[in-house]
Design a protein around this ligand. Structure first.
Ligand SMILES: NC(=O)c1ccc[n+]([C@@H]2O[C@H](COP(=O)([O-])OP(=O)(O)OC[C@H]3O[C@@H](n4cnc5c(N)ncnc54)[C@H](OP(=O)(O)O)[C@@H]3O)[C@@H](O)[C@H]2O)c1
Length: 312
C-alpha cells in the first residue's frame, strides 16, 4: 500500500484527554492523521511531543466554527482526497438542574456535542459516498443512554447525538459507510474539572441555602469520586475506538468501559419502574436533597426524609 492509500483519520479535540490518548495510539499506525484542537490549545501538541510530518497534520478546529470546519475538510479533500475516518470526540458537559438552564448554556452544550458533529459529518459524507467507504465514530456516553440529576443538558446533547447517529447508521449503509457510537462510562481522569455551569447553577452549587445545593454538592462529589476510583483510563477507551475503527462490521453502539456495558444491560433488561427506583436509591444521601428548602432560606434545614418517587 503506498502512503496515499492509507486512510485519512480526522480527530476533534485531540490535544487533551481522550482525544490525545487516541492521537498517541494512532501515531504509530500508517494512517494519515488530521489532529485538531482549538487554536489556543494547539501548543499542547508540542508539549505532548507531537509534531507535524508528511502524514500528520495539526490543525486549528473550534468545532463550533463553520469556517474552520470547512477549511479543514476542504484541505483534506484537496490534498488527501477526503476524510476516511471521522472521530467526533470533542465534547463538554454542563452541570445544571433543569430550573437553572439558560439559553446560552443550552446552545453551548448542543452546539459542541450535537450540532458540530452533525455539520462535520455533512461535510465528509459526499467524499465517503463517492468512495463507497468510510467510518464515522461519535463519542457518546453513558449519559447518552441514561440521565442523571444535574446533567439534563449533557444527556440531552448525547441523546440527540445518539438518535441522529442511529438514523445515519441506516442512511449510509448503501455506501458501505460504517457508523458507530462509542459510549464510555466513568473514565479515570480530571475531565470533571472542565464541567461548565450556568450562572444560576454555579450560585446554587456554592450556596448551602439553595434548595438545590445538595443536588449539586452530592452529584459533583459522586462523579469526582467515581472518576477518581475507576481503573478505566482514556487509554482504555482509545483502544476501544481503535478496535471499532478496525472492525469489519462494527456495531452501532460500543461500550467504551465495562461500567457502560453494565448500565446498558440494566437499561435494557430491568423493568422501567424498578430501574428508576434502583438508580434513585443509589444517589448519594438522596433523602436530604431539597432539605434546605423546607424552611425557606435556611441552610441545613430538616432533611426531607419522606422523599419518594413513583417512577412509571
Ligand atoms: N471523561 C469521561 O468520563 C467521559 C465519559 C463519557 C463520555 N465522554 C466523552 O468523551 C469525549 C472526550 O472527553 P474527555 O474525557 O477527553 O474530556 P476533556 O478532557 O474535557 O476533553 C474535551 C476535549 O474537547 C475539546 N473541546 C471542547 N470544546 C471544543 C470546541 N468548541 N472545539 C474543539 N474542541 C473542543 C477540548 O478542547 P479544549 O481543551 O481546547 O477546550 C478537549 O480537547 C467527550 O465527547 C465526552 O463527552 C467522556
Amino acid at each position: 500500500m503506498n502512503s496515499d492509500s492509507h486512510p485519512v483519520v480526522l480527530v476533534t479535540g485531540a490535544s487533551t484527554g481522550l482525544g490525545l490518548a487516541l492521537a498517541r495510539k494512532l501515531l504509530p499506525t500508517p494512517h494519515r492523521l488530521i489532529l485538531t484542537a482549538r487554536e489556543s490549545s494547539l501548543p499542547r501538541f508540542a508539549a505532548a511531543g507531537i509534531s507535524e510530518s508528511d502524514r500528520v497534520w495539526l490543525r486549528a478546529l473550534d468545532v463550533t466554527s463553520a469556517a474552520e470546519r470547512q477549511r479543514v475538510v476542504d484541505e483534506a479533500d484537496a490534498k488527501w482526497g477526503g476524510v476516511d475516518v471521522l472521530i467526533n470526540n470533542a465534547g463538554i458537559a454542563y452541570r445544571a438542574v433543569v430550573e437553572h438552564i439558560t439559553d446560552d448554556g443550552r446552545l453551548d452544550q448542543m452546539n459542541i456535542n450535537f450540532r458540530a458533529p452533525m455539520e462535520l459529518i455533512q461535510l465528509v459524507l459526499p467524499r465517503m459516498r463517492a468512495k463507497r467507504a468510510g467510518r464515522i465514530i461519535n463519542l457518546s456516553s453513558v449519559g447518552g443512554m441514561m440521565a442523571m440529576p444535574t446533567m439534563a443538558l449533557y444527556s440531552a446533547s448525547k441523546f440527540a447525538l445518539e438518535g441522529a447517529t442511529e438514523s445515519l447508521w441506516y442512511e449510509v449503509r448503501p455506501w458501505n459507510i460504517h457508523v458507530s457510537l462509542v459510549q464510555p462510562g466513568f473514565i479515570h481522569s480530571n475531565s470533571f474539572l472542565n464541567t461548565r455551569y450556568t450562572a444560576a447553577s454555579k450560585r446554587a452549587h456554592d450556596d448551602p441555602a439553595s434548595p438545590y445545593f445538595h443536588h449539586y454538592d452530592r452529584m459533583a462529589r459522586m462523579i469526582a469520586r467515581l472518576m477518581n476510583s475507576t481503573r478505566h483510563t482514556h487509554e482504555h477507551v482509545a483502544e476501544v475506538i481503535l478496535r471499532t475503527m478496525r472492525q469489519k462490521n462494527p456495531p452501532l453502539r460500543v461500550a467504551g468501559t465495562p461500567d457502560a456495558h453494565l448500565f446498558g444491560l440494566l437499561r435494557r433488561f430491568l423493568p422501567r419502574g424498578l430501574y428508576h427506583r434502583l438508580l434513585y436509591g443509589r444517589l448519594p444521601e438522596v433523602k436530604i436533597w431539597g432539605g434546605a428548602c423546607e424552611v425557606p432560606g435556611a441552610a441545613g434545614a430538616k432533611p426531607n426524609s419522606s422523599a419518594k418517587i413513583s417512577a412509571d
